[in-house]
Design a protein around this ligand. Structure first.
Ligand SMILES: *Cc1c(COP(=O)(O)O)cnc(C)c1O
Length: 392
């Protein structure tokens, strides 16, 4: 049973069907001028238009990348390295960004930029007042994720955009996790750049996009040929780009209905899991993605929990896939103020449209037993203190 859609999602069959012709029958380079090349180009541009329309943007504002990570790197470096020449070397972000943002910012600190990481508090949401206070004359960019990939909390994007616009600061948001459940209208939203990725919305891995608002100038990250209107070099991954368009369209179709179904499942699962003693819910209970559940069980070691659930046939995660395998607790859970001990016992369950009420039943049948069993084997379990109670 797959319950880890924040790590990646199953590719839809329609996506695969749409992609196949561009891998086998028409493999032409979209820059070639013969007919096959022109057809590949046409498919590429149709996908760009499709994605632009769903996001409420213009096709000319969508630039394809190798994924969400590249889009994040490009947005941050492209703006900041340009504005550095105008004396702007300050960046504002949050303490719990995806590593594609966080590690880019850390690298840039070594290159002479200064970065303010806004607190995300216990509920996993930044405060607008903190943002207003952090902006200075040398602020080049604000980069704050739309929704957090571990605890699913949704940030006040409209208000952040408003504050940035008022202060003449560029606003980038990593919306990779939000694409599956949020509706966008970039013509009206005050967002200057937005990162997207296909594999979190039932598309192929290795393709994404950066929305760059018309008129905004950013430096190239990848130099080479003239692809993507001279802004991102490299022969386009036509099949994947076509797949991305189909995937996003399918995912966003009847999204309100899908969200209602997910929400009911999520709430029932949270209610059930919270009956397990000494369990805390991480992140705001309501202002979170409809498919996201993130909890900590006191006295449990996250990795052992995942392995036990795996042997029951349940695929889940303790944090982001990128940090699994390391013994450091999640930076996200530390950022919302959990202790190392508590953060180690985390479990993230993320549902998508392929999950059903049966999955909720199955988890609620297996999980309490697994937690009980692990605790009964833990020598420290009985001696541990109660965690800070969940305030929501
Ligand atoms: C998955 C993810 C990324 C990385 O996207 P890739 O396409 O895997 O590079 C970036 N940000 C967030 C919030 C994500 O969930």
């Amino acid at each position: 049973m797959y319950a880890d859609s924040a790590s990646t999602t199953k590719m839809s069959e329609n996506v695969l069907r749409g992609m196949t012709p561009f891998l086998i029958e028409n493999y032409a380079n979209p820059s070639s001028i013969y007919r096959n090349g022109r057809e590949a180009r046409k498919a590429l541009e149709q996908s760009r238009e499709k994605i632009a329309k769903i996001l409420g943007a213009s096709a000319g504002e969508i630039f394809f990348t190798s994924g969400g990570s590249e889009a994040d790197n490009w947005a941050i470096r492209g703006v900041c390295n340009r504005l550095k020449k105008e004396g702007k070397n300050h960046i504002i972000s949050s303490a719990f960004e995806h590593h594609a943002v966080l590690h880019t910012l850390q690298a840039m600190e070594k290159e002479g930029f200064s970065v303010t990481y806004l607190d995300v508090y216990r509920d996993g949401i930044i405060k607008i007042k903190d943002l207003e206070r952090a902006i200075t004359k040398s602020t080049a960019l604000v980069t704050i994720m739309y929704s957090n990939n571990e605890i699913g909390t949704i940030q006040p994007i409209e208000e952040i955009g408003e504050v940035c616009r008022e202060n003449g600061v560029i606003f980038h948001t990593d919306a990779v996790g939000a694409l599956s459940s949020v509706k966008f209208n970039l013509k009206e939203q005050k967002i200057d750049m937005l990162s997207a990725s296909a594999h979190k919305v039932h598309g192929p891995k290795g393709v994404g996009a950066l929305y760059i608002k018309k008129g905004l100038k950013i430096l190239n990250l990848i130099e080479g040929g003239a692809q993507e209107r001279n802004r991102r070099a490299g022969t386009e991954n036509v099949a994947a780009i076509v797949g991305f368009g189909i995937a996003l369209e399918e995912t966003q179709k009847e999204i309100d209905q899908k969200n209602r179904r997910l929400l009911a499942m999520r709430n029932r699962l949270i209610d059930g899991i919270m009956k397990i003693e000494k369990t805390i819910l991480n992140g705001h209970r309501v202002k979170r993605l409809p498919g996201n559940i993130n909890v900590c069980f006191e006295g449990i070691e996250g990795e052992s929990l995942l392995l036990r659930l795996d042997s029951e046939g349940i695929c889940t995660s303790s944090g982001s896939a990128c940090t699994s395998g390391s013994l450091e607790p999640s930076h996200v859970l530390l950022a919302i103020g959990l202790s190392h001990e508590i953060a180690h016992g985390s479990l993230r369950i993320t549902f998508d449209q392929n999950n059903t009420e049966k999955d909720v039943d199955y988890i609620l049948d297996k999980l309490p037993k697994v937690v009980d069993n692990l605790r009964s084997m833990s020598p420290i379990w009985k001696t541990q203190k109660l965690p800070i109670q969940n305030p929501f």
